[in-house]
Design a protein around this ligand. Sequence first.
Ligand code: EPZ
Length: 417
Amino acid sequence: MDKFIIESSRNLSGDINVSGAKNAILPVMAACLLAPGKSILRNVPGLIDLKTMAHLLRVIGARVEYGDGFMSIDSKDVCYPEAPYELVSKMRASIYVLGPLLARLGTAKVSFPGGCAIGTRPVDLHLKALEALGAKIDIEQGYINAQAKRLKGADIHFEKSSVGATINTLMAAVYAKGTSRLFNAAMEPEVDSTIDFLNKMGAKITGQGSTTLTVQGVDDLFPIQSDMIPDRIEAGTFLIAGALSTSPVRVCGCKPEHLTALIEKLREAGCELQIEGANITVNPPKKIKPCNILTLPHPGFPTDLQAQFTVLMCLANGVSLVEDTVFPDRFMHVAELNRLQADIKMERNIATIKGVNQLGGAEVMATDLRASAALVLAGMVAEGTTVVSRIYHIDRGYDRIEEKLSGIGAKIRREQG
Ligand code: EPZ
């Protein structure tokens, strides 16, 4: 298994570019199953998760070409409504094919996604919503079997804000007979971009920017071409790298309006940020100020930046509290950061971080995608050498991160394992 060898490199500076958003592309790939014909996605990075989803779509019967920043998905001959365990267990977002297969073919058999390092990851909200639309759902030998001659529009009240359940339900409702209303729907930018994509295909979804979405069922959707939005979590990861640096870093090609909660917290930590169009320059503080973080559904502070921000707080001039209300177990990075001489104590889903002057390099292990990114950031600011193993986690969601970070002065290299 590959590993990263990282030498201390606090003086990062210059421009770093943001790629297309993994969490916006995954649902849109599934949405292509709804419209027979070839859709083209542009601004698509090279990520393991996108390769996994492309493989799943091919199993289902779509023809997928993927490379050089673009992807084409021809779903004319979609016929095999099954998402097998070996693929779904690799990537939970495979559940996104459930809604489209049910809507287009009236049947779907999708393996239950397993848990992962950040939590049990249930899908009850997805299933309840599909049943509200008239689907018959049976669970058998770890598979979700869903049937529906024709889904019917309905009112759906989500007990909690869920990105995946909101998107899956939208993709099922676009072909339902009549009108559906989704209450307490998620408002993440990736929900918004999926709605834009579906409406461009001919769907009739209104209510964007609110937690109440209305879907007018239609009979046909058509393949389209579309540019994918930039990855706000990759952009946020790079902004935090800049906050840890001793010189300014400019994050290029992002959407600042997707990063308001992080920008506010970086300012609270003492950073100065200049926003110019799609670029954000972060000027790091002489001394990092401690901040408390509470992760919340968008537009609150994103759980996907919690581990990375924790690294910044490890070097703050005081005590910070980080509470993850979205994934209460998302603290696998804490034990690894303490190996790097951080001073973090856990109590339930709250980390108490006592700032230290310096982290010290060590061998650490990546456990999940965003924890891996946090360990890379920590290795860059730690004294000496840090070795991060199991970096296949990071390749799931970051496109050539070592090349991008080397471009702003990080001393990081990949060692084939
Ligand atoms: C999406 O996961 C993202 N993944 C996650 O990013 C992100 O952390 C999460 O949204 C929250 O923003 C993709 O977009 C592929 P949820 P999702 O449904 O949709 C509970 C990354 O690092 N819940 O919004 O699975 C759930 O347990 C990944 O890129 C239920 O209880 O997240 C959590 O507590 C990690 N029942 C909360 O809702 C359900 O049926 C929010 O989860 C579904 C979710």
